[in-house]
Design a protein around this ligand. Structure first.
Ligand code: OAD
Length: 249
């Protein structure tokens, strides 16, 4: 079943005490989560991404931005983690030191049971005050949209990183340290085009880690310490974890 998994990668994972993983939109594809651009269909197609997801857009038309995120939040909450998310939560249990860095805002890794998790771009299911930054766990989708912060009355906003905003510095620093210190780095379901996350596999490789890239863009091939796997994360990751569990017994 797992014959296509490269032995060198299995061996590296078996001996690794420190593993870091970067995930992107591809990991959630099998949960039916549309990418930002795919979600921009129908009524939303006429807006540019910056008109829906930037500080300027929120200042100009906060109701529009709120409604865009309310629509996407509902889609995410109706979706379920897939076997790829579950396998990554299991992998965390097999490795002494594990860090999962995700660019996804859907919160599905946490729902699958991942705990050592860095959500670089935030989490669309969470809402915070646009002025004070305090999280708000309940709000009403009533007349006033965005709903007001219960403490100060300022508009609430989604807890995501918008175009033109900096990534949270502490999350970025933790991700960088994880890439520098790991022995194996897995880059899964990400095209590796959006910085700074795109640099993380290179940081890991240049610090001596074994690096594996799994997505639908690459051809399966390997060089020393570098493995490219063409496949679906919801199929390959459960095979990988199953193989590691077999070898542990
Ligand atoms: P992309 O949409 O750029 O890339 C998705 C990657 O997932 C591609 O490499 C696909 O081959 C791969 N893929 C698709 N289905 C897969 C599957 N079932 N299993 C494994 N891989 C699969 O997404 P990201 O790299 O995450 O920002 O993009 C990073 C950021 O850029 C996102 O956070 C997003 C985007 O613009 C915003 O939405 C603001």
């Amino acid at each position: 079943m797992s014959a296509s998994l490269p032995t060198g990668l299995i061996t590296a994972l078996q001996s690794a005490r420190n593993v870091a993983v970067l995930t992107g939109a591809g990991v959630s594809a099998e949960s039916g989560i549309p990418t930002f651009r795919d979600a921009q269909s129908g009524l939303w197609a006429k807006y540019s991404p910056e008109e829906l997801a930037s500080p300027a857009a929120f200042r100009r038309n906060p109701r529009l931005v709120w409604e865009w995120y309310a629509m996407r939040r509902a889609a995410v909450l109706a979706a379920q983690p897939n076997p790829g998310h579950v396998a990554l939560a299991q992998l965390e249990q097999l490795v002494p030191h594990f860090t999962l860095i995700t660019q996804n805002v859907d919160g599905l890794h946490a729902r699958a049971g991942s705990r050592a998790l860095i959500e670089l771009h935030g989490n669309i299911t969470k809402v915070r005050c646009s002025v004070e930054g305090t999280f708000c766990s309940t709000w009403a989708e009533g007349e006033e949209l965005p709903p007001p912060c219960p403490t100060c009355g300022a508009p609430l906003r989604p807890h995501v990183v918008w175009f033109g905003e900096q990534l949270p510095l502490d999350a970025l620093q933790q991700a960088w340290i994880a890439a520098e210190e790991c022995e194996v780095f897995l880059s899964i379901g990400t095209s590796g085009l959006v910085e700074p996350a795109a640099s993380l596999p290179r940081v890991a490789y240049s610090h001596g880690a074994t690096v594996a890239v799994l997505n639908l863009d690459v051809n399966t091939r390997s060089e020393a310490r570098l493995f490219y796997l063409h496949g679906r994360s919801g199929e390959v990751l459960p095979q990988l974890v199953e193989r590691l569990m077999e070898e542990q017994q």
